[in-house]
Design a protein around this ligand. Structure first.
Ligand code: DX5
Ligand code: ZN
Length: 222
């Protein structure tokens, strides 16, 4: 795998032809399948749950599933359901969890990569106390809930802050960027040092996924 990873968000896939779309995404060379869980409570939209993830994992057991939980509350029961369903990366938002450190530990103890997601207005300072539990930091570059939105410029600065804080702590978590990643924005985003790029509409919405991914990679300097 390259040092920069691309996570295809199936939020922008054709739900009625998901097996076909995921197969195409893998053939195009996507590294991870990004699985956006929304609950109409933490975000103003609703998507899919653990049974859906389980069905996908059973169909594509070799694929790494990057589950992004935009739901509230994050409890043991919720987290365990996605672990059991086959998540390889499990990321949640700290606002939705009373005991962030405990939850990250629970995820890691299950052998799953643990991540925290930061909304555009969420400061990154809490990461300082959690580095040893974090495999990934997901920086939202749009307000979560929908695909096809535009990058909020202030969030680019936050990615740099996260990278700097990680370097100061001498740790190297994955730094994932989610929202508005497309051929026009990815070069600026890649310059911040992020190394996992979520691509929804710019990838699943493209007529030729292979071409779309190679264009994205070229702009990201891969
Ligand atoms: C937004 C989701 C994203 C979404 C990104 O709340 O977390 O993963 O699919 O979509 P694009 O790439 O179209 O901005
Ligand atoms: Zn996401």
């Amino acid at each position: 795998m390259s040092s920069k990873l691309f996570a295809g968000s199936i939020l922008s896939a054709d739900f009625l032809n998901l097996e076909h779309d995921v197969t195409e995404a893998l053939e195009a060379g996507i590294d991870l399948i990004h699985f956006d869980v929304m609950d109409f409570h933490f975000v103003p939209n609703m998507t899919f749950g653990p049974m859906f993830l389980k069905a996908l994992k059973q169909k594509f057991p070799q694929v790494l599933f990057d589950a992004h939980l935009m739901c509230d509350p994050i409890t043991d029961e919720v987290v365990d359901a996605y672990i059991k369903a086959g998540a390889d990366f499990l990321t949640f938002h700290p606002e939705a969890c009373h005991h962030t450190e405990r939850m990250l530990t629970r995820i890691k103890q299950a052998g799953v990569k643990a991540g925290l997601a930061l909304n555009p207005a969420t400061p990154p300072q809490l990461l300082r106390y959690l580095w040893d539990k974090l495999d990934m930091v997901l920086v939202m570059t749009v307000n979560p809930g929908f695909g096809g939105q535009t990058v909020l410029p202030a969030c680019l600065k936050k990615i740099q802050d996260v990278k700097r804080m990680a370097a100061e702590a001498n740790v190297r978590p994955y730094v994932e960027v989610d929202g508005g990643v497309n051929p026009m924005t990815i070069s600026q985003i890649a310059d911040t040092g992020a190394n996992v790029f979520v691509v929804g509409s710019a990838f699943f919405g493209a007529p030729d996924k292979k071409l779309a991914l190679s264009e994205l990679k070229q702009h990201a300097g891969v």
